[in-house]
Design a protein around this ligand. Sequence first.
Ligand code: GLY
Length: 263
Amino acid sequence: MGPVALVREVTDSFTRCVTRRPAVPPLDPKRARHQHLRYRSALEMGGFEVRVVPGDEAHPDGCFIEDAAVVVGEAALIARPGHPSRLGESGPVADALSELVDIHTLDHGALDGGDVLQVGTTVFVGVGGRTDAAGAAGLEAFCGGMRRRPVRVPVESALHLKSGVTALDESSVLWHPDSCDRAVFAGLRVVAVESDDPEAANVVRLPDGRILLGAAHHRVADQLAGLGYGVVACDTSEFARADGGLTCLSIRLRHLPSQSLRR
Ligand code: GLY
């Protein structure tokens, strides 16, 4: 089957999302839902089949579904989010993923999917923020059987590794200078965003090859277009106020086996 993206409904409790700074004015679930619909449409227009996991009012951050699991090839590792309020988000996500891929479960440590960046056969894992050494070790063990090369990346100021660096294709990354040490990406093309644009490097690769980026980041749009990428913009500013980026809002399964038609 073709590429699938899982997204999760925005709940009324979105007003209580974990944020590093209080949101002023308060977070607006209605506005977030409106932007979420546009985000889903952009994923569909780019070639994903979008599946929606029901929300749970007990988990305001559940719409940031990416943190709940990591899919590598034909298997998913159900993660253990590093913020205590986010433990318990994963059940319905695991149920949805079990229709598509094999399920493995991290049993100790902390791992947020937002700290996991896959580029080609390398799996970079950001450690030091939400993800700890035990969580990274669990991910490394999971990757071991799948011919993937795990690489740890110290994360200091960013919430997640992918807050500041994401993949553009199988051999290129879009990187913000404050996100992590550029040297870990030796052998890959590194496209640097302007240092005064900290959220600009969080983009989603669409199956059709275009890059989905935040609507406010015009300079990056021009930069990527100049490098030959097709770009499409999406406004997810209400989620940004809740410390979430474009990648946080979906789990993308790009390479599903044909037997994944499990229902
Ligand atoms: N609000 C997203 C997070 O802190 O994980």
